[in-house]
Design a binder for this molecule. Structure first.
Ligand code: C2E
Ligand code: CA
Ligand code: CA
Length: 849
């Protein structure tokens, strides 16, 4: 070999040895170090001088197994290469791992002359490996023992590499069963199967994905999978932690649905719903109805406060609403006024409560526009409290006002007055001019009255032709108050009395006014009304067109009347009425009787008809009462019909005007005849003149109908009314009855005698019979007889008798009843049934026992 070239090679070799990363040690055949390179010194800490001549045993750590070096030596002495790992110690005492390869070197004779060892420090490598092993085993332990469902997935084959115990339990398979199974076994959704593994799946990315998994039972579950890439044995796998979220999802779904439902309800509600912050009133949300009702756009509302928008007519309403809500947690049916965007004010009914929204207290308010309802309510109120014809407050409203005095507390002692204004003869006007004129007149009067009073006073239309005025705030001094009321009432008389133009005609009317003045002590509003009413009737009684004040004496009379009326109503039911019979004679022979009503009052004894007939007529009680009289009389004549001496008797029955005017009077009489079996010819109906003058045609028709049945008529109290020959001629009459007032004065007063005479002549001329009533003396009888009247009724013969006494007269020979002996008023047999002094004793007509 060329020397120069040899030198180059040697240099290169030396250089490679010096620069080598591995340590190089050369020993002689005896094992002493003859050479080390720099890598050795840096690996072991021994310098070249320290190492050369030394034994490699200086590095012995004592950590090798017992026969380690023996075996090493025998290997290399036998000429073979040894390779292995061992733990050595550095000069500083620290241990290090090394991988060593020792090769024997032979000389030219073939004997081993030296050994070359190449060492590599693998401490770091070993450490790293063991750490990895450690972590892998930890992972395995965790994987297996974890309660969480864990899977190792191979994305490429879409199969399960490994599943932990919890996973097997969760999916419902036996332990180990899942390993190697395709992913589709548990993944319900094949679409997402790909998504499950691939998208977003990269080495350094973790992700959460939602899936539907299927259990062994077939049940589907919602899961959320945490997926992370892991490298296992150089293979990229996906590590999954499966989290069952089925319940959470269901709960969320439920919540979502209920939220949706609320949302729908919120938006579709016809009522406006708002949510605003409690502290500043800023709107958080409002529904469509709110937008519609208020006229604001949603955008301008949200974030703005109700104060800024000016929706409250009175902002204090909001504050008081909040007060209520705070105290009671919610409130309902509060009526509040709101203002729309266009400024229109309306009434709403509000419900409110406090709700928390994201931890902030809010006011939830539902409001319903009730303006229409309010209008309806006002209309109802108007209809209920105002009179349709005159538009004045009606009686109800008046009572309402009366019951709550208007005066403020400081003025509570002030007096008030009630004026009853009754239009005189309104009925006549109504009947003659027609109802529409009547109504027109009432409207005109109402308008006039309205103009007469102060704001505080009330003019009401009580109904019909009665107006009521309530005067407020009169003087606390009763006399002064009366004077004030008098001035007003007098003014009213004048005002009402002014002429009225009704259509084409002018008319004048007057009013009767009753006044009562009262203080705040008046307990019952009805009392005031009644007092004014009584006073008004007094005004009517004293000639109309005047003012009368109520005085307590009037009340006494009214009270007496009221109690009489009450008694009268029960008297029919209690059968307290009875009939007396007063004989009627013709030329001394008994021909019948007039039935006269008596009331056997439980405490007052026998009451005369004059005391109760007028009230019975006024109250209508006369109708059932008159019916009873007629029936009783009919039963009597029916029972008499079978006896010779009575079969021709006539009973005269008094018929009151109201009774006669009943539309079905004729039918009633006919039915009574039928039910009692009475013969109509034995009955005579006594009508008074006044009943015959109105509606003459109707009267004639009725009388003719009754006459056709066989009944007869007598005109009672003839001569006291407006007898007019013209109508008398047209009436189907049978008899005139000379009133007892003429008979009484017949001998004293020429006029009475003349009247009696003309009545008698008239009857003869018209073909009527005539009877005189109230004949008390023989002189009277004689006088009348001379004039040509031979039928009589009066105390001269007998007064009205109870039935038994009357019947006892029937046994008189030839039916002749002798005049009672003695002077006038001898009324044999008359005895009040209760032995009580009868009322009419005072009138000089009572029997003398
Ligand atoms: P009237 O129809 O004029 O009845 C005659 C009245 O004169 C009776 O009074 C009778 O008792 C009384 N009287 C009879 N003779 C004499 C006499 O010689 N001298 C005097 N001074 N009076 C005599 P009474 O029974 O008190 O009846 C009063 C009035 O009550 C009746 O007057 C009649 O208008 C009415 N009345 C009586 N009963 C009924 C009835 O059933 N129905 C109706 N609607 N009215 C009746
Ligand atoms: Ca009579
Ligand atoms: Ca009479």
């Amino acid at each position: 070999m060329d020397l120069a070239l040899e030198n180059v090679e040697r240099f290169a070799l030396n250089e490679a040895i010096d620069q080598a990363a591995d340590g190089i040690v050369i020993t002689d055949a005896g094992g002493n170090i003859t050479f080390v390179n720099p890598a050795f010194t840096s690996m072991t800490g021994y310098s070249i001088t320290e190492a050369v001549g030394n034994s490699p045993r200086v590095l012995n750590s004592g950590r090798q197994p017992a026969d380690f070096y023996k075996e090493l030596w025998s290997t290399i002495r036998s000429g073979k290469i040894w390779q292995g790992r061992l733990v050595n110690r550095r000069k500083d005492g620290s241990f290090f791992n090394e991988e060593m390869r020792i090769a024997p070197v032979r000389d030219s004779h073939g004997s081993i002359s030296s050994f070359i060892a190449i060492k590599r420090d693998i401490t770091d490598q070993i450490r790293a490996k063991s750490a990895l092993e450690e972590s892998e085993s930890r992972f395995c332990r965790l994987f297996e023992s974890s309660g969480a469902v864990m899977l190792l997935i191979d994305p490429s084959s879409k199969s399960i590499v490994k599943a932990n115990h919890a996973a097997h339990t969760y999916y419902g398979y036996g332990n180990g069963w899942l390993s190697g199974q395709p992913l589709s076994l548990i993944n319900n959704d094949h679409e997402t199967e790909t998504a499950f593994v691939i998208p977003g799946f990269s080495v350094d990315e973790c992700q959460f994905v939602s899936f539907v998994h299927r259990l062994a039972s077939g049940e589907k579950r919602d899961v959320e999978v945490y997926s992370a890439p892991v490298e296992v044995q150089q293979k990229l796998l996906a590590f999954h932690i499966v989290h069952d979220v089925t319940e959470r999802k269901r709960a969320q779904e439920g919540l979502r649905r209920s939220e949706q439902r609320y949302r729908i309800a919120f938006q579709t509600s016809l009522d406006a719903i708002t949510i605003c912050h409690l502290y500043n009133g800023c709107y958080v949300d409002v529904n469509n109805a709110f937008v519609q009702i208020m006229g604001f756009g949603r955008e301008e509302v949200i974030g703005t406060s109700s104060l800024e928008l000016g929706v409250w007519v009175d902002y204090r309403d909001r504050l008081s609403l909040i007060e209520i809500v705070k105290a009671q947690t919610n409130c309902r049916d509060v009526e509040v006024q709101f203002k729309r965007k266009n400024g229109e004010v309306f009434w709403a009914v509000v419900a409110a409560s406090i709700v928390e929204l994201d931890g902030v207290p809010c006011l939830l308010m539902v409001l319903r526009d009730i303006s229409n309802a309010k209008v309806a309510e006002r209309e109802i109120q108007r209809l209920a409290f105002f009179d349709a014809l005159t538009d004045l407050p009606n009686r109800r409203m008046l009572l309402d006002l009366l019951s709550k005095p208007r005066s403020s507390s400081t003025r509570k002692w002030r007096s008030r007055a009630l004026l009853f204004v009754d239009i005189d003869n309104f009925k006549t006007l109504n009947d003659t001019l027609g109802h529409h004129i009547g109504d027109l007149l009432l409207q005109k009067i109402a308008a006039r009255l309205k103009g007469c009073f102060r704001e505080a006073d009330t003019v009401a239309h009580q109904g019909g032709d009665v107006f009521v005025v309530l005067l407020e705030d009169l003087s606390e001094n009763p006399d002064d108050a009366r004077a004030q009321a008098k001035v007003v009432a007098d003014k009213l008389v004048v005002t009402v009395g002014q002429p009225y133009h009704l259509g084409s005609q002018e008319c004048r009317i007057t009013a009767s006014i009753g006044v009562t003045v009262f203080g705040s002590d008046l307990e019952n509003a009805q009392d005031a009304l009644q007092q004014a009413d009584i006073a008004m009737h007094q005004a009517k009684a004293t000639g109309r067109n005047c003012v009368q004040f109520f005085v307590p004496e009037l009340q006494t009379a009214v009270n007496a009347r009221a109690s009489l009326e009450k008694d009268l109503r029960s008297a029919i039911i209690e059968e307290q009425f009875l009939l007396y019979y007063q004989p009627q004679l013709d030329r001394g022979v008994l021909i019948g009787a007039e039935a006269l009503l008596r009331w056997n009052h439980p405490s007052r004894g026998l009451v005369a008809p004059n005391e109760f007939i007028p009230l019975a007529e006024e109250t209508g009680i006369i109708l059932p009462l008159g019916k009873w009289v007629l029936e009783t009389a009919c039963r009597l004549v029916a029972s008499w019909a079978h006896h010779d001496n009575t079969s021709e008797f006539t009973i005269a029955v008094n018929i009151s005007a109201r009774q006669f005017q009943q539309p079905d009077f004729v039918e009633q009489v006919q039915a009574t005849m039928k039910s009692t079996g009475a013969n109509p010819k034995n009955l005579k109906l006594e009508l008074t003149e006044s009943m015959l003058v109105n509606n003459v045609d109707d009267v004639i028709r009725r009388m003719t109908d009754l006459k056709r049945l066989g009944l007869r008529f007598s005109v009672d109290d003839f001569g006291t009314g407006y007898s007019s020959l013209s109508y008398l001629k047209r009436l189907p009459l049978d008899q005139l009855k000379i009133d007892r007032s003429f008979v009484r004065d017949i001998l004293k007063d020429v006029g009475s005698g003349a009247i009696a005479q003309s009545i008698i002549s008239l009857s003869k001329a018209m073909g009527f019979s005539v009877i005189a009533e109230g004949v008390e003396t023989e002189e009277q009888r004689k006088f009348l007889a001379q004039l040509g009247c031979h039928s009589f009724q009066g105390f001269l013969f007998r007064g009205p008798l109870p039935l038994e006494e009357f019947q006892s007269l029937l046994h008189a020979p030839g039916g002749r009843i002798r005049s009672s002996p003695g002077h006038k008023g001898s009324r044999a047999g008359w005895k009040p049934p209760l032995q009580k002094k009868a009322r009419w004793a005072a009138a000089g007509r009572a029997p003398v026992n």
